[in-house]
Design a protein around this ligand. Structure first.
Ligand code: AMP
Length: 217
Protein backbone atom coordinates (compact mmCIF):
# COMPACT_ATOMS: atom_id res chain seq x y z
CA UNK A 1 0.00 0.00 0.00
CA UNK A 2 1.17 3.48 -0.87
CA UNK A 3 0.17 6.77 0.73
CA UNK A 4 0.53 9.87 -1.42
CA UNK A 5 -0.21 13.58 -1.48
CA UNK A 6 -1.37 15.19 -4.74
CA UNK A 7 -0.18 18.78 -4.73
CA UNK A 8 -1.07 21.51 -7.21
CA UNK A 9 -3.14 24.65 -7.76
CA UNK A 10 -6.91 24.55 -8.24
CA UNK A 11 -7.71 22.89 -11.56
CA UNK A 12 -4.42 20.98 -11.78
CA UNK A 13 -6.36 17.70 -12.03
CA UNK A 14 -5.85 16.36 -8.49
CA UNK A 15 -9.45 15.21 -8.09
CA UNK A 16 -9.66 13.65 -11.56
CA UNK A 17 -6.44 11.69 -11.11
CA UNK A 18 -7.35 10.70 -7.55
CA UNK A 19 -10.61 9.16 -8.78
CA UNK A 20 -8.68 7.09 -11.36
CA UNK A 21 -6.31 5.83 -8.68
CA UNK A 22 -9.30 4.83 -6.56
CA UNK A 23 -10.77 2.84 -9.48
CA UNK A 24 -7.52 1.34 -10.72
CA UNK A 25 -5.65 0.66 -7.48
CA UNK A 26 -8.27 0.52 -4.74
CA UNK A 27 -6.75 3.55 -3.05
CA UNK A 28 -8.85 5.76 -0.77
CA UNK A 29 -9.26 9.42 -1.75
CA UNK A 30 -9.27 11.86 1.15
CA UNK A 31 -10.34 15.20 -0.32
CA UNK A 32 -10.88 17.90 2.30
CA UNK A 33 -12.74 19.95 -0.34
CA UNK A 34 -15.22 17.07 -0.87
CA UNK A 35 -15.58 16.58 2.90
CA UNK A 36 -16.31 20.28 3.40
CA UNK A 37 -18.83 20.31 0.54
CA UNK A 38 -20.50 17.26 2.07
CA UNK A 39 -20.72 19.02 5.45
CA UNK A 40 -22.45 21.91 3.72
CA UNK A 41 -24.94 19.71 1.91
CA UNK A 42 -25.84 17.84 5.08
CA UNK A 43 -26.25 21.18 6.87
CA UNK A 44 -23.95 20.57 9.85
CA UNK A 45 -22.90 23.55 12.03
CA UNK A 46 -19.40 23.32 10.62
CA UNK A 47 -20.76 23.18 7.05
CA UNK A 48 -22.72 26.40 7.61
CA UNK A 49 -19.69 28.06 9.17
CA UNK A 50 -17.38 27.38 6.22
CA UNK A 51 -19.84 28.02 3.36
CA UNK A 52 -19.10 31.71 2.76
CA UNK A 53 -15.35 31.21 3.20
CA UNK A 54 -15.33 28.47 0.57
CA UNK A 55 -17.51 30.32 -1.92
CA UNK A 56 -15.17 33.30 -1.78
CA UNK A 57 -12.18 31.02 -2.40
CA UNK A 58 -10.45 31.51 0.96
CA UNK A 59 -8.94 28.68 2.99
CA UNK A 60 -10.90 27.38 5.98
CA UNK A 61 -9.00 27.11 9.26
CA UNK A 62 -6.29 24.51 9.76
CA UNK A 63 -8.07 23.10 12.84
CA UNK A 64 -11.19 22.25 10.87
CA UNK A 65 -9.46 20.42 8.01
CA UNK A 66 -6.96 18.65 10.26
CA UNK A 67 -9.92 17.46 12.36
CA UNK A 68 -11.67 16.09 9.25
CA UNK A 69 -8.57 14.18 8.16
CA UNK A 70 -7.93 12.88 11.66
CA UNK A 71 -11.45 11.41 11.78
CA UNK A 72 -10.88 9.48 8.54
CA UNK A 73 -7.41 8.25 9.38
CA UNK A 74 -8.41 6.75 12.69
CA UNK A 75 -11.29 4.74 11.23
CA UNK A 76 -8.99 1.98 9.89
CA UNK A 77 -6.12 1.93 7.42
CA UNK A 78 -6.92 1.91 3.70
CA UNK A 79 -5.96 -1.31 1.91
CA UNK A 80 -4.68 0.39 -1.26
CA UNK A 81 -3.28 3.40 0.57
CA UNK A 82 -4.46 6.96 0.99
CA UNK A 83 -4.49 9.76 -1.58
CA UNK A 84 -4.49 13.16 0.11
CA UNK A 85 -6.19 15.48 -2.36
CA UNK A 86 -6.27 19.20 -1.53
CA UNK A 87 -4.65 18.53 1.85
CA UNK A 88 -2.26 19.66 3.25
CA UNK A 89 -2.59 23.25 2.01
CA UNK A 90 -0.45 25.04 4.64
CA UNK A 91 2.81 24.23 6.40
CA UNK A 92 0.86 23.81 9.64
CA UNK A 93 -1.37 21.20 7.97
CA UNK A 94 1.72 19.44 6.58
CA UNK A 95 3.22 19.17 10.04
CA UNK A 96 -0.11 17.95 11.45
CA UNK A 97 -0.34 15.28 8.74
CA UNK A 98 3.19 14.11 9.50
CA UNK A 99 2.27 13.71 13.16
CA UNK A 100 -1.00 11.90 12.37
CA UNK A 101 0.70 9.43 10.02
CA UNK A 102 3.40 8.75 12.61
CA UNK A 103 0.70 8.12 15.20
CA UNK A 104 -1.05 5.48 13.06
CA UNK A 105 2.30 3.99 11.99
CA UNK A 106 1.86 4.80 8.28
CA UNK A 107 4.55 6.16 5.94
CA UNK A 108 4.00 9.03 3.53
CA UNK A 109 5.45 7.47 0.39
CA UNK A 110 5.34 10.28 -2.15
CA UNK A 111 4.28 13.86 -2.68
CA UNK A 112 3.41 14.40 -6.32
CA UNK A 113 3.20 17.90 -7.70
CA UNK A 114 0.94 18.30 -10.74
CA UNK A 115 2.66 21.20 -12.46
CA UNK A 116 0.47 23.35 -14.70
CA UNK A 117 0.53 26.62 -16.56
CA UNK A 118 -1.45 29.32 -14.72
CA UNK A 119 -3.18 30.63 -17.85
CA UNK A 120 -4.43 27.18 -18.76
CA UNK A 121 -5.98 26.75 -15.32
CA UNK A 122 -8.58 29.45 -15.72
CA UNK A 123 -9.79 27.79 -18.92
CA UNK A 124 -10.05 24.44 -17.20
CA UNK A 125 -11.81 25.60 -14.08
CA UNK A 126 -14.34 27.95 -15.50
CA UNK A 127 -15.74 25.23 -17.84
CA UNK A 128 -15.78 22.29 -15.48
CA UNK A 129 -18.68 20.37 -13.93
CA UNK A 130 -19.23 16.97 -12.34
CA UNK A 131 -21.82 14.23 -12.32
CA UNK A 132 -24.02 14.73 -9.25
CA UNK A 133 -24.38 10.97 -8.83
CA UNK A 134 -20.85 9.54 -9.14
CA UNK A 135 -18.58 12.61 -9.18
CA UNK A 136 -17.06 12.00 -12.65
CA UNK A 137 -15.46 15.23 -13.89
CA UNK A 138 -16.39 16.86 -17.24
CA UNK A 139 -15.56 20.07 -19.10
CA UNK A 140 -17.63 22.15 -21.54
CA UNK A 141 -15.02 21.98 -24.31
CA UNK A 142 -12.11 19.75 -23.22
CA UNK A 143 -14.07 16.74 -21.99
CA UNK A 144 -17.84 16.74 -22.51
CA UNK A 145 -19.75 13.49 -21.89
CA UNK A 146 -20.54 11.43 -25.04
CA UNK A 147 -24.24 12.25 -24.69
CA UNK A 148 -24.76 15.83 -23.52
CA UNK A 149 -26.07 15.93 -19.92
CA UNK A 150 -25.61 12.18 -19.34
CA UNK A 151 -22.70 10.79 -17.34
CA UNK A 152 -20.46 8.37 -19.31
CA UNK A 153 -19.63 6.43 -16.14
CA UNK A 154 -22.97 5.93 -14.36
CA UNK A 155 -25.68 7.26 -16.69
CA UNK A 156 -26.68 9.93 -14.16
CA UNK A 157 -28.34 13.04 -15.57
CA UNK A 158 -27.77 15.58 -12.79
CA UNK A 159 -24.67 17.66 -13.46
CA UNK A 160 -23.25 20.11 -10.89
CA UNK A 161 -21.03 23.18 -11.08
CA UNK A 162 -19.10 24.37 -8.04
CA UNK A 163 -20.04 27.74 -6.55
CA UNK A 164 -16.33 28.66 -6.34
CA UNK A 165 -15.54 27.86 -9.98
CA UNK A 166 -16.02 31.50 -11.01
CA UNK A 167 -13.30 33.85 -12.24
CA UNK A 168 -13.45 35.98 -9.09
CA UNK A 169 -13.29 33.10 -6.60
CA UNK A 170 -10.57 31.52 -8.72
CA UNK A 171 -8.38 34.62 -8.32
CA UNK A 172 -8.68 34.30 -4.54
CA UNK A 173 -8.00 30.54 -4.66
CA UNK A 174 -4.88 31.11 -6.78
CA UNK A 175 -3.63 33.71 -4.30
CA UNK A 176 -4.22 31.30 -1.42
CA UNK A 177 -2.34 28.62 -3.36
CA UNK A 178 0.72 30.74 -4.08
CA UNK A 179 0.80 32.34 -0.62
CA UNK A 180 0.02 29.36 1.62
CA UNK A 181 0.33 26.11 -0.32
CA UNK A 182 3.18 26.50 -2.82
CA UNK A 183 5.81 26.62 0.00
CA UNK A 184 4.97 22.93 0.50
CA UNK A 185 6.75 22.16 -2.77
CA UNK A 186 10.04 23.33 -1.29
CA UNK A 187 9.23 21.70 2.03
CA UNK A 188 8.69 18.23 0.57
CA UNK A 189 11.55 18.65 -1.90
CA UNK A 190 13.90 19.31 1.01
CA UNK A 191 12.56 16.19 2.73
CA UNK A 192 13.39 14.17 -0.41
CA UNK A 193 9.74 13.24 -0.99
CA UNK A 194 8.77 15.37 -3.99
CA UNK A 195 8.10 14.13 -7.53
CA UNK A 196 6.76 16.37 -10.27
CA UNK A 197 4.60 15.43 -13.24
CA UNK A 198 3.30 17.55 -16.11
CA UNK A 199 -0.31 18.23 -15.19
CA UNK A 200 -1.09 19.79 -18.55
CA UNK A 201 -0.52 16.59 -20.51
CA UNK A 202 -3.52 14.53 -21.67
CA UNK A 203 -5.45 12.93 -18.81
CA UNK A 204 -4.19 9.43 -19.73
CA UNK A 205 -0.57 10.61 -20.00
CA UNK A 206 -0.79 12.21 -16.54
CA UNK A 207 -2.17 8.91 -15.20
CA UNK A 208 0.78 7.03 -16.74
CA UNK A 209 3.26 9.47 -15.20
CA UNK A 210 1.61 9.09 -11.79
CA UNK A 211 1.64 5.31 -12.09
CA UNK A 212 5.38 5.43 -12.75
CA UNK A 213 5.98 7.36 -9.56
CA UNK A 214 3.75 5.00 -7.56
CA UNK A 215 5.31 1.86 -9.01
CA UNK A 216 8.78 3.09 -8.10
CA UNK A 217 7.76 3.18 -4.42
P1 AMP B 1 -10.95 21.98 -3.29
O1 AMP B 1 -12.12 21.13 -3.64
O2 AMP B 1 -9.79 21.19 -2.83
O3 AMP B 1 -10.59 22.96 -4.38
O4 AMP B 1 -11.40 22.85 -2.02
C1 AMP B 1 -12.50 23.76 -2.10
C2 AMP B 1 -12.43 24.77 -0.96
O5 AMP B 1 -12.50 24.08 0.30
C3 AMP B 1 -11.14 25.58 -0.88
O6 AMP B 1 -11.13 26.70 -1.74
C4 AMP B 1 -11.14 25.96 0.60
O7 AMP B 1 -12.07 26.98 0.86
C5 AMP B 1 -11.64 24.68 1.25
N1 AMP B 1 -10.54 23.72 1.54
C6 AMP B 1 -10.38 22.47 1.03
N2 AMP B 1 -9.30 21.85 1.52
C7 AMP B 1 -8.73 22.75 2.37
C8 AMP B 1 -7.57 22.72 3.19
N3 AMP B 1 -6.77 21.65 3.22
N4 AMP B 1 -7.30 23.82 3.95
C9 AMP B 1 -8.10 24.89 3.94
N5 AMP B 1 -9.21 25.00 3.18
C10 AMP B 1 -9.53 23.94 2.40
Amino acid sequence: MTNIILLGPPGAGKGTQAKRLVDERGMVQLSTGDMLREARTSGTDMGRKVAAVMDAGHLVTDDIVVGLIEEKLTTGAAAGGYIFDGFPRTLKQADALGALMARIGQPLDAVIELRVDDEALKQRIVGRYTCGTCGAVYHDTNHPPKVSGTCDSCGGTTMKRRADDTEEALRTRMLAYYRDTSPLIGYYYAKGQLSTVDGLAEMDAVAVALAKVLDAK
